[in-house]
Design a protein around this ligand. Structure first.
Ligand code: GLN
Length: 451
């Protein structure tokens, strides 16, 4: 813990943390030492981690990286963070993110962007760690945390993991409780581990996961010992290669890394099978209707009365308007406007209901594919980490980052990003493995071989 506190201080220029909590960390580490001495060590005993600042932490500021929650100190603990503390994990601080987890580059945070510890060779230009869990990814990559929590609505664990050369696992929707996690799009949001290795991800997921009566979408299925799944034996497993993920304009090195991954799995005895996920091209437009729709509803609660910021006005309506006007960032406002529009009478059927139907078609594509394969292998993102400032004034270019991650999110399926090597620029590349619902074990097992 002390070494990681020093690393946290030495890498402050990355802006990976919104709040550092070294005193809390030392206290928790002391308690851990005692538990270990008493022979009562938990699964994560004494492991110092960064907690994405989207998880409510009792007594420690929780902002979702938005001005509207600046100064908000929850009086309760999210289930997932509570599970981690119960397993012995130690909190180093709250990690930075895109505002309300909306973004792919960690540039929409009220507390400033996060810088990727990786740089292109021969260039000191600053790169994005990806987003929205950018601070979590950067802290693990910079070794200022041993692991971190992330949340993934459309790729926010997997894409930053790929950009930062670490492992990121989005579990099946319903595997980890959403209780106490600031909501973005409730039918998509899912918490998961961001770690240095697949084994670490397996251990951490086991500590985070589990049924929670306080989240009505939490699913009551047993949590297995994920570490036991890491046998390295993938002989005879069928790995789906979806042909629709070979997209025009994907850089050659992304496709090359994908080919490399297929070769690795083949030489370990797995069998690659070409599959079709025919509705893939509709996933991104459907996601960017459903996610903003849910966000516009979820973010209605920030009214200046109940949480964080209040900007006084001449009347109640004026107070609402000023608080929301000054409290939310531009990307959040854009999403609220899109969401309100697609949910309004007259457009509801044309946009929102249509997007929901597309979502069912996408889920059915996966169901059909999994009749003949055990896992699916794809690239995680269509590019390596890009420069800070790039794509900033072009939301569509930014949204295209999610093209490979969003379909599994819409279908609620588990996915992991594993580092697979370096781009020609010397920056990390990641491959994504997707699995059947609640079959994180196979995903982890195959990921352990790709790693
Ligand atoms: N980049 C996607 C978005 O902006 C995904 C974000 C996320 O998974 N939280 O919505």
């Amino acid at each position: 813990t002390e070494a990681h506190i020093s690393a946290m201080e030495e890498t402050r220029e990355l802006n990976a943390y919104i709040v550092e909590t070294p005193e809390i960390a030392l206290e928790m580490a002391d308690a851990s030492d005692k538990k270990r001495a008493a022979g009562d060590a938990g699964l994560m005993e004494g492991i110092p981690i960064a907690m994405k600042d989207l998880f409510c932490t009792e007594g420690t500021q929780t902002t979702a990286a938005s001005r509207i929650l600046d100064g908000f100190v929850p009086t309760y603990e999210s289930t997932v963070s509570g599970n981690l503390w119960n397993a012995g994990a130690v909190m180093l601080g709250k990690s930075n993110l895109d505002q309300f987890a909306m973004g792919s580059a960690n540039i929409t945070s009220y507390y400033g962007n996060v810088i990727n510890p990786w740089q292109r060779k021969d260039s000191d230009a600053q790169l994005t760690p990806g987003g929205s869990s950018g601070g979590s990814a950067a802290s693990v990559a910079a070794r200022s945390a041993m692991a971190a929590t992330g949340t993934d609505t459309g790729g926010s664990i997997r894409q930053p993991a790929a950009f930062s050369g670490i492992v990121g696992l989005k579990p099946t929707y319903g595997r980890c409780s959403r209780w106490g996690v600031v909501a973005f799009a409730s039918s998509l949001d899912q918490a998961g581990p961001m770690t240095r290795s697949v084994r670490d991800a397996a251990i951490m997921l086991e500590a985070m996961a589990g049924y929670d009566a306080k989240d009505s979408t939490s699913v009551n299925v047993a949590v297995p010992s994920y570490q036991k799944a890491l046998t390295g034996d993938i002989r005879g497993l069928r790995v789906g290669i979806p042909k629709e993920y070979r997209m025009d304009g994907t850089p050659k090195e992304i496709d090359d890394a994908w080919e490399q991954g297929i070769e690795w799995l083949k030489s370990a005895g797995a069998e690659p099978v070409e599959i079709s996920l025919p509705h893939t091209k509709y996933a991104l437009p459907a996601y960017y209707i459903i996610a903003p729709a849910e966000c516009s509803s979820n973010l209605a609660r920030y009214d200046g009365v109940r949480y964080g910021l209040r900007v006084d006005g001449e009347s109640l309506d004026d107070m609402y308007e000023r608080t929301r006007g000054e409290g939310f960032g531009d990307e959040v406002k854009r999403r609220i406007l899109i969401g309100t529009y697609v949910l309004s009478a007259g457009y509801y059927d044309a946009y929102y209901n249509k997007a929901r139907r597309v979502r069912t078609l996408i889920a059915n594509d996966f169901k059909k594919a999994y009749e003949s394969v055990d896992v699916i292998l794809t690239p995680t993102a269509p590019s390596p980490a890009f420069g800070i400032g790039e794509k900033m004034d072009d939301p569509i270019a930014m949204y295209l980052n999610d093209v490979f991650t969003v379909p599994a999110s819409l279908a609620g399926l588990p996915g992991i990003s594993v580092p697979t090597g370096l781009s020609s620029e010397g920056t990390p590349l990641g491959l994504q493995l997707l699995g059947k619902a609640f079959d994180e074990e196979t995903v982890l097992k195959v990921a352990g071989v790709v790693e």
